[in-house]
Design a protein around this ligand. Sequence first.
Ligand code: LLP
Length: 419
Amino acid sequence: MDHFELRNGVLHAEDVPLPAIADAVGSPVYVYSRATLTRHARVFREGLAGVADKHIAFAVKSNPNLAVLRLLAREGFGADVVSGGELERALAAGMPAAGIVFSGVGKTQAEMARGLEAGIGQFNIESEEEGIELAQLAAAKGFTAQAALRVNPDVDAGTHGKISTGKAENKFGVPYDRAGEIYARLAALPGLQIRGLAVHIGSQLASLAPLEAAFGRMGDLMRSIRAGGDAVTHMDLGGGVGVPYKAGEVFPSPAEYGAMVARVTADWGAKLMFEPGRVITGNSGVLVTRVIRVKPGVVAPFVVVDAAMNDLARPAMYDAWHDFVAVEPNGARMVANIVGPICESSDTFAMGREIDAVGPSDLAVFRTAGAYGATMANTYNSRPMVPEVMVDGDKWAIVADRIDPAVILSAERVPEWLD
Ligand code: LLP
């Protein structure tokens, strides 16, 4: 459920008509609903009511906006970060360092050092090499790094290949068959307290079955490590719960996910950690765009909108579907191709899709754009960085400015030897 609804024929974010925001801020612009974010955060937590000892670390990568992070910090969420930049954001948002988990295959020495100095709660180590480096760094600085070992369970998540992470050939984690011996070696290192296992098999999962299979394998591994004499007190189950992108699609609910987790982990005797991203932020945001013009096409007309693949990359990168709806629908429908202004054919949001009829200067939104939307934006074709707005009831505020191409240009230099 979200709070983007038609009222008197006009699409609102909570109590704010979207044209009011587009008129004031311009377009394209991302709009997030505070009530929806809060609701999703609470529904996720309530879904896990059957898990007594838990920590929820929001996957910052899905939406790193400072206001979004602050809201989730207030909801008691920690953060799953994958770079020094995300770490600074989580801290700036007021997330306690102890609630921060640092994931990622390529943590640099500088990033690990910053994490240690900030006192983060857990490093998710993705290789034996990384564990050894972290142990040495921590020992040299007089810290003990709390860590979990990320394991690749070789389970097919059944999602798009580019967002699948748990197959043996993927770059993430250590191979399942070697995890026990690597755990034992890391457990012996000074500077490192290896306390658990981590798994994340992919994103936008449509079914709980692959998650259950992966968790089952992780439980087996946990028991065999314990039998070997090493402690396993924390189990990080990652993120990955999918969300509906098309009206009417049904996905596993947080309650169903939580019930499955509670059942599979009932006898684990470990603190469980979670890294949800999309399920919190996806349906909490829309991308508002204005139609520039409608151009006839051979098969269907092209609706050229002012948002492009630089603002919302998912359709170009993963053939992702985002519902497109008019902000002031007139009841008529049309079949059209929806494209942005960028000079390549991958700047296509939809082909031959039946949509609300729209014409020049009409506003429309791409729905379910709160996750992996603004965060993946760039300035290709020297377009501005897309701004972000948060709505709360009848209030709204710009939470990220539009960054003008002139500002980006001002950071570039022509070396004098070129002239
Ligand atoms: N934990 C780890 C270690 C991850 O790599 C990810 C996502 C998550 C948690 C959060 O997963 P979620 O709950 O959001 O599914 N840009 C792609 C998605 C990439 C996901 C990367 N990792 C997209 O737009 O679909």
